[in-house]
Design a protein around this ligand. Structure first.
Ligand SMILES: Nc1ncnc2c1ncn2[C@@H]1O[C@H](COP(=O)(O)OP(=O)(O)OP(=O)(O)O)[C@@H](O)[C@H]1O
Length: 610
């Protein structure tokens, strides 16, 4: 008998065959991933000290990330290392663990050295505090006699001297602080040259200031910036853990990237829709390019009952650290932040100042003083940020990558939404084509945000425009000055309070209202008739997903199989919902390579799903 032509095959059978094929492919991918996992090394196999492994277990860290697996053995061998890995991939522990292990062997056996044996240089005070906290907690958990201190330029000399008087083994500081310490005699170059064994340099560009360190007899440098490599390193091991080694910066692929096209004036309307209709997951970090814009946004959202905190370079250091701590501890869900104190941000502020000069000639003007060591984007580990919103687009591709890297840290997934105005389109296109790569120019790495229908946005227009009018330039300037005054007072209180209660988080709230008039109650809730049904459905799914994620966390780290399945199936509505009615998002799943073959973030399947 003749075989039936292919076209005559029953469509249901065809469907079933297709589904089977897809299932088979999925099995192959999962098998590949499992094999990949089996190749992974454990902390024990990296010959990490059992005290460190126990400390990591207490912190809920069970398995080294790829950068940790690769870098730790080289650093333990005393090799100079230049490492490049995706943002959020665990670089901090990749150097802290071998550093502590090296110091363990000295500990107790020798006399204390006159100066620290290890210098960790990081680009901002915030990062300084973060690294110091991380190393201190490891030391505490390991119960070893090692001392770490942090120094920043703003510290009084007496505090610096006191900190160093205890003969710490580890110094965490910023590059700007080193020359100051030398000039004020707080650090003695001769003593350093006798003691120093290891430097860790993290992304910063002002190294020219302490070139003299080239002459120091250091056994191992580890650095995360290739510019520094030329200055300091001797025949270093270069580790690049990322896809597309030609790219300047690694892209975190566990962050789903979306964008919304809107005019500059409509950005307030769109962010209101995103937050008020709850179509993005909390916690949310919102980036703006100028401090004034931050206050405008805060005042605007306040009117709708959305409380936010602001983080920027003109706030006193104690306040900034406290805001970060509170946000990380989950005391508030929305944080508005400027980038680090880039030239561009400054230039913009100055241009605005010039612009305002004429208008306010006779008035006493408020002059912000920005902190040169401020930086929230590079390296700061914001905990459990699910969504990053670019209210203003960043000025560069690198800026974009650093911003979105604040979501989806380590093993979690996240998403980003960029509001792009026509003026920002050129820069946005550049970002898109960079991310797509040379070969794949047409692929959409950043896809249109699917959960907000035009109708849903338009329903809020009247209210948004009405409220936006009330947020005048004067109101913005006054609230900015008010916030700074409050924070200066807070900062003093915080200083003395933290000396007495270093772990107390609940002293001050940073997301309090700044408006002079209280928000009117009717704006707090959006009546149902104003909400588009599709967006309403999306919002419900986002809430369900959030609840599910909450449960995962409660069930203890979530690295078991049940959670694995849950995260694969339940997932993020951004991956499964489309306002256009298709069942799956088109951009591929979190942690999926473009070819569908597992992760490009360098994390294993287990790590990603946890
Ligand atoms: N092996 C691990 N398992 C689970 N979590 C980890 C592991 N290593 C680090 N982490 C966590 O991952 C988060 C990000 O780590 P880290 O800040 O070191 O990333 P990074 O690579 O330095 O990022 P960036 O480039 O943005 O500075 C931190 O919360 C850290 O505690």
């Amino acid at each position: 008998m003749n075989e039936k032509p292919v076209d005559d095959v029953n469509p249901e059978v065809k469907e079933a065959e297709k589904a089977e094929e897809v299932e088979e492919q999925r099995d192959v991918i999962e098998k590949e991933e499992e094999e990949e996992e089996e190749k992974d090394k454990s902390f024990e196999e990296l010959r990490l000290d059992p005290r460190l492994i126990r400390a990591l277990t207490k912190k809920g860290i069970e398995k080294p990330t790829p950068i940790q697996q690769t870098a730790i053995p080289f650093i333990l061998e005393g090799k100079d290392v230049v490492a490049k890995a995706k943002t959020g991939s665990g670089k901090t522990l990749a150097y802290l663990l071998p550093l502590l292990q090296k110091l363990f062997s000295d500990c107790g056996s020798k006399k204390k050295k006159p100066a620290p044996s290890a210098f960790i240089l990081v680009p901002s005070r915030e990062l300084c505090q973060q690294v110091y906290a991380e190393v201190s907690s490891l030391i505490e958990l390991c119960r070893v006699q090692i001392k770490a201190v942090q120094l920043t330029s703003s510290m009084p000399l007496s505090d610096m001297r006191n900190a160093l008087a205890g003969l710490p083994e580890i110094l965490v500081t910023t590059p700007a602080c080193i020359p100051k310490c030398f000039a004020d005699g707080v650090l003695d170059p001769a003593a350093i040259s006798d003691s120093l064994e290891i430097w860790f340099l993290m992304r910063q560009s002002k190294v020219g200031r302490f070139n003299s360190s080239k002459t120091l007899p250091v056994s191992s440098y580890v650095c995360y910036d290739k510019k520094l490599k030329k200055l300091f390193l001797h025949n270093p091991v270069v580790l690049t853990l990322q896809e597309g080694a030609d790219k300047e910066e690694p892209v975190p692929s566990n962050v789903q990237q979306f964008w919304i096209s809107c005019s500059a004036q409509d950005k307030l309307l769109h962010i209101l829709a995103l937050l008020k209709l709850e179509v993005v997951q909390k916690k949310i970090l919102i980036f703006i390019n100028t401090i004034d814009m931050g206050f405008k946004l805060k005042l605007f959202l306040e009117k709708f009952g959305i409380k936010t905190a602001i983080l920027n370079g003109e706030l006193p250091q104690n306040s900034r650290l406290h805001i970060l701590e509170q946000f990380n501890a989950g005391l508030f869900d929305y944080l508005i932040a400027t980038d680090d104190n880039s030239q561009q941000t400054k230039a913009k502020e100055e241009a605005k100042d010039e612009d305002n000069k004429e208008k306010t000639k006779n008035k006493k003007r408020f002059k912000p003083k920005l902190d040169a060591e401020f930086g929230v984007v590079r390296g700061i580990d914001f905990k459990k940020v699910h969504t990053v919103i670019n209210y203003d687009m960043p000025q560069s591709v690198t800026g974009y990558i650093h911003r979105i890297g604040r979501a989806g840290r380590a093993y979690s997934s996240g998403s980003s939404v960029s509001l792009v105005s026509p003026d920002e389109m050129e820069g946005f296109e550049e970002i898109k084509s960079f991310l797509a790569g040379e070969e794949d120019k047409d692929s959409d790495v950043i896809t249109p945000f699917p959960l907000l229908t035009e109708n849903a946005v338009e329903c809020l227009r009247y209210r948004a425009e009405d409220v936006a009018k009330s947020v005048t330039k004067i109101a913005v300037r006054e609230s900015r000055a008010q916030d700074l005054r409050n924070e200066i007072i807070n900062s003093e209180k915080l200083k003395s309070h933290f000396e007495a209660n270093p772990r107390d988080l609940d002293l001050l709230k940073h997301d309090k209202l700044l408006s002079k008039t209280a928000p009117v109650p009717h704006l707090k809730d959006i009546p149902e008739y104003l909400v588009d049904p599709k967006t309403q459905e999306a919002s419900k799914m986002v809430k369900l997903a959030r609840a599910a994620m909450g449960n995962c966390r409660r069930s203890g780290g979530g690295r078991n199989n049940a959670n694995k399945k849950r995260s694969r199936k339940g997932g993020d509505p951004l991956k499964t919902f489309s306002a256009n009615g298709s069942k799956r998002g088109r951009s591929g799943g979190v942690g999926q390579k473009k070819d569908g073959k597992g992760s490009s973030d360098g994390l294993t399947k287990k790590q990603r799903t946890a």
